[in-house]
Design a protein around this ligand. Structure first.
Ligand SMILES: Cc1cc2nc3c(=O)[nH]c(=O)nc-3n(C[C@H](O)[C@H](O)[C@H](O)COP(=O)(O)OP(=O)(O)OC[C@H]3O[C@@H](n4cnc5c(N)ncnc54)[C@H](O)[C@@H]3O)c2cc1C
Length: 389
């Protein structure tokens, strides 16, 4: 095998598409290992769960190396409204169909291998991965494209509630709850785009029974980092910065965490006016349960409270580097460089060591604040193809 990609989400599939379309790699010489039965399952699950209809990113951000591929695809489909707004943000179902078509047309369906990587070792000039069911696959070049999607963030109070009442609290991306399964009042925790979409979806399903609780006033931003990060305006100084600690600080201050585009806030305000949803600002310090089984969330002085039957966390993901359960032995054995924050220290070409690459979230100290997004996937894939094919 020439190429092995670990993770078949947005990041892994974009890299696979670039390697075939731009790098001339034969898809028969590539394997993409992912625990799911087919590509992009995590993306489809997360975006589908919250009832999001349009992406936050513009139409030129997708899996194909050809920037206008999604636009041509939309024309062929004769969709009268494929994009929204000045930034031409694509409809989610159009984007999804385009992604899977791109994957298929690149001849990658047979490269898919369902399995979870539990170990990665260097053997001579090859890389050897071990899957959870014991199978071993060898490849000349390996790319790690796993995201943070498997590490949902649970605040302390939420973990305590989960221990005592597992049926009352979920993370939005958990697979053991569904909007259709809810009947009583629901509290959505979070102030970002995921919480906003979910609140609107729940407002339709359970009118008047959903409250969105956020710690801070709405943070209005069109994108989750300034578009200046797409080009040299901000990436230039970022790449010239040699200190990884300073790069981490640059990423931290560039990311608009927990932010929402203005039109979505308008929709939330309309939903509140129409009595579909309530919007509340408070921090949660305590949780109690009533004899009837409801959950009461309150702030430190119990001045603010919120009672509901179910609590859904839209609190994002743990920011620690993913995959460390199986990456740590590799880092130790191959003495791979990591920054103080635990993330790989990789050069601009994303090669961590001989023929071993990282992309997506794991490569953010080289790719900048948009690394985890679709634009970051394109940048990462472009760099790997440019330097190594
Ligand atoms: C609701 C939502 C909306 C978003 N909207 C946008 C948007 O509009 N525009 C944008 O640019 N970005 C958006 N993002 C951000 C980002 O593009 C997505 O999170 C994207 O899915 C990240 O891709 P990924 O490949 O890193 O992660 P994932 O989609 O999570 O894929 C990673 C894959 O790796 C697999 N994996 C993990 N560990 C292993 C292992 N040990 N072995 C094998 N496989 C493994 C996982 O199971 C998973 O299938 C959004 C994110 C969310 C959550």
């Amino acid at each position: 095998m020439e190429w092995l990609i670990i993770g078949g989400g947005i990041q892994g599939c974009t890299l696979a598409s670039y390697l075939v379309r731009q790098g001339g790699t034969d898809p028969r010489n590539m394997v993409i290992v992912d625990p799911h039965s087919s590509p992009l399952k995590n993306w489809l699950h997360c975006t589908g769960k919250i009832g999001m209809t349009y992406l936050r990113s513009p139409f030129v951000h997708h899996l194909s190396p050809s920037p206008f591929s999604l636009e041509s695809f939309a024309k062929k489909e004769n969709d009268p409204s494929p994009f929204t707004g000045r930034q031409k943000k694509p409809k989610l179902d159009l984007f999804n169909r385009h992604s899977l078509t791109e994957f298929e047309e690149a001849g990658l369906m047979n490269s898919w291998k369902q399995g979870r990587v539990t170990g990665l070792k260097k053997r001579g000039s090859s890389w050897e991965v071990t899957l959870s069911h014991g199978e071993i696959i060898s490849a000349k070049k390996t790319a790690i494209a796993i995201g943070l999607g498997e590490q949902p963030y649970w605040p302390e109070w939420a973990r305590e509630l989960k221990d005592s009442r597992p049926d009352r609290i979920f993370h939005v991306f958990d697979r053991d709850w569904s909007i259709e399964g809810l009947s009583g009042p629901v509290t959505v925790i979070g102030g970002g785009i995921t919480a906003a979409h979910l609140t609107l979806a729940l407002g339709k399903h359970l009118p008047g029974k959903v409250t969105m609780v956020r710690r801070h006033p709405f943070r209005l931003h069109e994108f989750d980092s300034d578009p200046g990060w797409m080009g040299q305006k901000y990436m230039g100084p970022f790449q010239r910065e040699r200190s990884l600690h300073k790069r981490r600080e640059m990423i931290r201050s560039a990311r608009h965490r927990g932010s929402v585009p203005r039109p979505l806030v308008r929709s939330l305000m309309n939903a509140e006016r129409e009595g579909l949803a309530s919007l509340k600002q408070m921090s949660i310090d305590d949780v109690t349960e009533t004899p009837s089984g409801s959950v009461i969330l309150s702030d430190r002085d119990a001045n603010n409270t919120c009672e509901s039957e179910t609590v859904i966390l839209a609190t994002g993901f743990e920011q620690t580097p993913p995959g460390m359960d199986w990456l740590s032995p590799l880092i130790r054995d191959e003495q791979l460089a990591c920054a103080q924050c635990g993330y790989p220290a990789v050069p601009d070409n994303l090669e961590w060591c001989d023929h071993l690459y990282v992309t997506g979230g794991l490569a953010e100290l080289a790719l900048g604040p948009a690394a985890r997004n679709i634009s970051g996937a394109r940048r990462g894939a472009g760099r790997i193809v440019e330097h190594h094919c």
